[in-house]
Design a protein around this ligand. Structure first.
Ligand SMILES: NC(=O)c1ccc[n+]([C@@H]2O[C@H](COP(=O)([O-])OP(=O)(O)OC[C@H]3O[C@@H](n4cnc5c(N)ncnc54)[C@H](O)[C@@H]3O)[C@@H](O)[C@H]2O)c1
Length: 445
């Protein structure tokens, strides 16, 4: 089978590198020349454990073909997966420029029986608009919504050992054809995992969920919105825990022990960031309003999340007993989460910039994201290549991302500072205090 993947971003590159292991011919179409030339050399433009090995394996076998040409890739492709970006517009709604451009270019070259699969996260109704466009162009291309659920940092594991694959569309044959590729991937998942030395994260088989087109689109944004809601809920209760001297970790451990609730995503801290949750929440709010539905619950989720960096800086100031002006602070963790170099909407960067603006002397370090962060961070923030140089001679340390390098070390490595703000709530407060530092968590004083 010949397949084209449109867009070599976090989703498209991961998908293409894995599908190339199935023996299909995979065109990976990417217009960004710097990303494309890096991939042609066997290197991803972002950090994801195991991905470079997989890219090289696909290039060597000849099953992964990076290109920037629609004319080269599309005419022979039975299935085209669109994985282009869907950033937000200034008003929070989804910017579908790339989505429509990808569909429009595909329509020019696609064979009559092609299937166009949408993996990008789009507002409900987008698929039907593209189907209408295909039919205006007199193209009988089938359309399937197949939303992506991978997480950066575990992108390969999530794709190989998925808990569910959702596919929705008007043609059950097209939906089945898409699900068949994932069945093939699942049957080879252990062998592929061995090639790149990654662990199976699940032993049970994944669920295959065929739905209507609009349901598939709504499933994706609803899942992300609910996870964001859980984080903001935990952060709201954490602020109460701070004032009544309770420990949010103890609270959520016991609350989450109820199987009706579950423990995951009830972690208080610096809030969510990245290329998905913030824009998916604002996109859902905008999509609700366009359809006459005011999703106030998501507006509150967003407001709580935006307030967390300043809440944390405020806590630091309360501990200092003064403004942060003139205080030296090291921010550890600039990636929006551990395991990736992605710094989009990263709370660590927001806090570093906020502190610098308020006159603190800020140093910062991340094990993988320093280069990416250099484009986003205020020039007065000193970026360091090592943890030890970033924390040298500072008064305060903020742990903003739970990289193992920060949370799995003996806490006395931080002992030269006076205050440690654990914005991930992952450290043991007692161990930090025993190392001679004042510990500040979020909802756990
Ligand atoms: N990153 C994640 O963890 C994740 C997880 C699930 C879903 N998603 C969704 O998947 C989609 C892609 O996300 P991403 O993080 O991979 O985005 P990204 O911005 O990293 O990558 C998108 C790529 O598409 C390319 N592109 C733009 N226009 C194109 C066109 N007309 N034809 C071909 N390529 C084109 C861009 O150059 C870019 O390299 C988004 O809708 C996102 O919300 C992302």
């Amino acid at each position: 089978m010949t397949i084209t993947i449109l867009g070599a971003g976090y989703v498209g590159l991961t998908t293409a590198a894995l599908f190339a292991q199935l023996g299909h011919k995979i065109y990976l179409l990417e217009p960004n020349i710097s990303r494309l030339s890096s991939i042609r050399k066997g290197k991803s433009f972002f950090y994801e454990a195991g991905l470079n090995d997989l890219i090289k394996a696909g290039l060597n076998k000849g099953t992964l073909i990076p290109t920037d040409s629609y004319m080269e890739a599309i005419p022979s492709s039975e299935i085209i997966f669109s994985c282009v970006g869907t950033p937000d517009n200034p008003d929070g709604s989804s910017n579908l420029t790339y989505v429509h451009a990808a569909a429009s270019e595909t329509a020019k070259y696609a064979r009559p029986d092609a299937i166009f699969v949408q993996k990008s996260t789009v507002p409900v109704g987008t698929g039907q608009a593209i189907i209408d466009f295909f039919s205006e162009q007199k193209k009988q291309i089938d359309y399937v919504s197949n939303p992506e659920f991978l997480r950066e940092g575990t992108a390969l594991e999530d794709t190989l050992f998925f808990d569910r694959v959702v596919a929705g569309g008007h043609s059950s044959d097209a939906v089945d054809a898409v699900l068949a590729i994932y069945k093939q991937l699942e049957s080879k998942s252990k062998r592929i995992a061995n090639v790149v030395g990654i662990e199976a994260i699940r032993t049970t088989t994944g669920e295959y969920i065929a739905t209507s087109l609009n349901s598939a689109e709504l499933i994706k944004v609803t899942a992300n919105a609910f996870l964001a809601l859980k984080i903001s809920f935990a952060n709201s209760i954490a602020q109460l825990a701070d004032t009544v001297d309770a420990d949010i970790v103890e609270v959520m451990d016991a609350v989450g022990a109820d199987p009706r609730i579950g423990r995951s995503f009830l972690n208080a801290g610096r809030g969510y960031g990245g290329g998905c949750f913030p824009k998916d929440v604002s996109g859902l709010i905008a999509s609700g309003l366009q359809n006459g539905v005011d999703l106030e619950i998501m507006q509150t989720t967003q407001a709580v999340n935006s307030s967390m960096p300043s809440y944390i800086v405020h806590k630091l100031q309360a501990a200092l007993g003064k403004d942060v002006k003139g205080t030296s602070v090291a921010v550890l963790g600039l990636a929006f989460k551990a395991g990736t170099s992605d710094v989009r909407r990263s709370p660590g960067i927001v806090m570093a910039n906020m502190l610098a603006k308020r006159g603190a002397s800020v140093s910062a370090y991340d094990p993988q994201a320093t280069e990416e962060a250099s484009h986003e961070i205020t020039s007065s923030v000193a970026l360091h290549d090592t943890l030890s140089s970033a924390i040298k001679n500072v008064d305060c340390i903020i742990i903003a991302t739970d990289w193992p390098e920060f949370i799995e070390q003996p806490t006395d490595i931080y002992a030269s500072a006076n205050i440690l703000v654990d914005a991930t709530n992952r450290l043991n407060p007692q161990a930090v205090k025993e190392a001679g530092l004042q510990y500040i968590g979020i909802g756990r004083n």
